[in-house]
Ligand binder design. Structure first.
Ligand SMILES: C[S@@+](CC[C@H](N)C(=O)[O-])C[C@H]1O[C@@H](n2cnc3c(N)ncnc32)[C@H](O)[C@@H]1O
Length: 246
C-alpha cells in the first residue's frame, strides 16, 4: 500500500493560502520564495514521504495543517519532549538551535512553555519570523562558546552543522537534550549530501552510546513516517532527580 505524508484534500484547500503566504513574505524568503512557490504549484512532492520535502516547505505545510495525522515532524518531535516531561517544568528555560526560516517547532511548543511561565531562546542566523514576544530570537550561530548556563533544555530538529556542538554542550554542561539528526554528513570531512548519509548520524549516536552508556536514549520516528534517522535524548541530573519514575 502506498502512503505519503500529505493530506491531498487539505493540501488543495490550502494551496492558494500557502502561495499567498510565501509571496507576502518574499523579503524573508528572498530567492527561495519562488522556488518554494513553484514546488507548491507543481506538486512534485505529493507522493513523497516527509523526508523528501524541503524543510522550509515542511514548516509551511505544518503551519497550514496539510500533513496527514502522524506525519507532521514538528508535532511528532514535540511528543518526544512531552514523553520525557521536558515541558512540564515550572519556569523552565529552553533553547532551540537551528529553527529554520519559520520556527514552526517552537511555535508548536510555545503554548506549553507559556503555560508553565517558561522562556525560550532560538539560535539561528536564518530565523526570520518572530511569532511571539516570548520567543527570544538570536540571529547568530550557536557555538561551543554560547552561554547556556541558564538553559534547562536544548532541542534541535535537523540542525545541520550545529548538531555536534549541541550534543557536546548538553553532555558537558549537564542539560536536557533532544536532537533529531538530519541525513547529511556534518563531520569536518565534507561529502556531497545525498540521502545515503544517515550513516554519519548512526555513527555519532554509536560513539555517544559507547561513551555515555545509559546516560542517553537513541530513539526513532514513528515507523509510519519512513524516517529512519536517529533522535538522541539525554536527561540532566536535575531532571532525573525530579522525575525519578521516568
Ligand atoms: C535543515 S534546517 C532545519 C530547520 C528546522 N529545524 C526544521 O526542521 O524545519 C537547519 C537550520 O540550522 C541552522 N544552523 C546551521 N548551523 C547553525 C548554528 N551553528 N547555529 C544555529 N543555527 C544553525 C541553519 O541556518 C538552518 O536554518
Amino acid at each position: 500500500m502506498r502512503h505519503n505524508a500529505i493530506d491531498h484534500e487539505k493540501y488543495y484547500d490550502k494551496k492558494k493560502e500557502m502561495i499567498d503566504f510565501l509571496i507576502s513574505n518574499i523579503d524573508k524568503y528572498q530567492d527561495l520564495s519562488m522556488l518554494l512557490t513553484s514546488f507548491i504549484i507543481d506538486n512534485s512532492f505529493i507522493n513523497a514521504y516527509e523526508m523528501n520535502i524541503p524543510v522550509s516547505l515542511s514548516q509551511i505545510f505544518s503551519k497550514f495543517g496539510v500533513f496527514k495525522e502522524g506525519f507532521d515532524p514538528y508535532i511528532e518531535f514535540k511528543k518526544i519532549l512531552d514523553r520525557y516531561s521536558f515541558l512540564d517544568d515550572e519556569r523552565g528555560t529552553y533553547c532551540e538551535v537551528g529553527a529554520g526560516i519559520y520556527p514552526r517547532l517552537s511555535e508548536i511548543i510555545m503554548p506549553s512553555i507559556d503555560m508553565n511561565h517558561g522562556s525560550l531562546t532560538i539560535y539561528d542566523p536564518n530565523c526570520m519570523f518572530s511569532l511571539s514576544e516570548n520567543i527570544h530570537i538570536i540571529n547568530e550561530e550557536f557555538t561551543k562558546d554560547t552561554n547556556i548556563k541558564e538553559i534547562d533544555t536544548l532541542y534541535a530538529l535537523y540542525p545541520c552543522e550545529a548538531t555536534i556542538t549541541v550534543v557536546e554542550k548538553a553532555f558537558e554542561e549537564d542539560k536536557n537534550l533532544v536532537v533529531g539528526f538530519c541525513n547529511c554528513d556534518h563531520s569536518d570531512i565534507k561529502y556531497p549530501c545525498t540521502d545515503e548519509y544517515k550513516y554519519w548520524a548512526d555513527g555519532v549516536c554509536k560513539i555517544y552510546e559507547r561513551m555515555y552508556g545509559s546516560d542517553l536514549d537513541i530513539i526513532g520516528w514513528p515507523s509510519s513516517m519512513k524516517n529512519d534517522l536517529p533522535i538522541m535524548v539525554r536527561r540532566s541530573t536535575k531532571h532525573k532527580e525530579k522525575y525519578k519514575s521516568l
